[in-house]
Write a protein that binds this ligand. Structure first.
Ligand code: THG
Length: 390
């Protein structure tokens, strides 16, 4: 069977280059093709952790909020306080619904005084944002702009991006960004005009250093890819994709993978990115940062019934990939939660997973069991991020 792409399931400006570089497997994310692996995952992991990797993450769509009420709407949509987010800054900003359930866990970027991007995980934030803006009478325009992230991740990512764009990128701090236009000299006739425009941000979904280049003209995707590919060869740049073993090792949340439709940020292990703390400053501070789900999150924290996403270290041979969430059981065989992600970890030389568990089973060093490849295995809980280095 072959996946048919078109207006509904889109490709990105980088897809053809990613395929030409060796990508053979893909997923659909935000209604867009996300290349996910080559036929040599070990080489991908090595490039990412020892050199650099280039990822087509054009599926990380932007929801642009622009207008006089943009900052106020952003502050209300996001559970992390964005009142002090200045132009050129990005922040990881979980969004909840009115019951405190995660809606998405985007990166929020302030592009100019009255323009913001939500760089989204896999859910329809455009619809959610338009609904909230409409119901609340906010004076904003909510659109999906022609913006396509390309990630360069790994210990040599800085060298690669500096070789492509200039040494100034070395001074860019984590979660800071700048606009730039690469002059694109030497580009084919007709493709030089106005250069390659992009937003360069020090960020990315890996525990390695890295950059995301948000291309702001989708017609220039192959030019940008080629520029980086050539600049990266001396540093061992290889093609890759968001890397499941590495992101589990480093624990970066995969919304919709690690979470189900009812998971709140505390349960998902990202409670520290939710700003409930300013309640301590008294009613005035609290009132000025109202956000969707605030009261519900407070009630959930008080209830004692929250689940928790924890690490599992699982016995035995490297398992085959998980095709769906798998029940996790207590030693006497009662279901206590679900295994949601699984990988063989090169770094820890162990099978590691992420499981959403009921209280009190998420306590560290609890021996549980999970059936993989037809046999029960011992699965031991551990706090996140994993700390198994010997
Ligand atoms: N980049 C861009 N868009 C994205 C992602 C991305 N959209 C989807 C998805 N990833 C959103 N989820 C995350 C999750 C974690 C981080 C970024 C996006 C992240 N977290 C760091 C951490 O947890 O340590 C830093 C958080 C912080 O200090 O604010 O980087 O990757 N464009």
């Amino acid at each position: 069977m072959e996946l048919i792409v078109g207006p509904r399931t889109k490709i990105t400006p980088f897809t053809d280059r990613a395929v030409a570089a060796g990508m053979t497997k893909a997923m659909v994310y935000n209604h867009t093709v996300l290349p996910i692996s080559t036929d040599d995952p070990a080489a991908e992991y090595r490039a990412l952790t020892e050199a650099a990797a280039i990822w087509d993450v054009g599926c990380e769509r932007q929801v642009q909020i622009a207008g006089p009420d943009a900052h106020r709407l952003m502050t209300y949509l996001c559970a992390r306080d964005l009142r002090d987010l200045r132009v050129g800054m990005a922040r990881y900003a979980p969004m909840c619904d009115h019951q405190g359930r995660l809606v998405n866990d985007p990166m929020a970027l302030r592009i100019d005084e009255t323009t913001f991007w939500l760089s989204i995980a896999d859910s329809d934030v455009l619809l959610w944002t338009r609904a909230v803006a409409g119901e609340g009478g906010y004076d904003v325009e909510v659109t999906e702009p022609d913006v396509w992230p390309l990630a360069i991740q790994g210990p040599r990512a800085e060298d690669v991006v500096a070789a492509a764009l200039g040494d100034w990128v070395r001074d860019l701090r984590f979660f800071r960004f700048v606009h730039c236009v690469h002059p694109a000299l030497g580009a084919p006739e007709g493709q030089q005009a106005a250069g390659i425009p992009m937003v360069v941000c020090r960020s990315g979904w890996s525990g390695q250093d890295g950059f995301e280049l948000f291309l702001t003209d989708g017609a220039k995707g192959e030019q940008l890819w080629d520029l980086l590919w050539e600049a990266g060869q001396p540093f061992g740049l290889g093609v890759g994709a968001p890397n499941n073993p590495e992101r589990i090792e480093s624990f970066l949340l995969s919304f919709g993978g690690d979470t189900d439709a009812d998971t709140d940020p505390d349960e998902a292990g990202i409670g520290r990115f939710v700003s409930l703390r300013d309640d301590d400053d008294g009613p005035a501070a609290s009132a000025s940062h109202d956000f969707i789900g605030k009261a519900a999150l407070r009630a959930r924290r008080a209830s004692g019934s929250q689940r928790r996403l924890v690490g599992l270290v699982i016995d035995g041979d490297p398992p085959t990939p998980l095709r769906a969430p798998r029940s996790v059981q207590s030693p006497d065989g009662h279901p206590v939660g679900t295994l949601r992600a699984l990988a063989r970890s090169p770094r820890f030389d162990a099978n590691i997973g992420l499981a959403l568990l009921d209280p009190p089973w998420f306590e560290p060093s609890t021996d549980l069991q999970v059936s993989l490849d037809g046999a029960n295995r011992v699965a031991t809980t551990t706090s996140l991020p994993f700390n198994l280095d010997k």
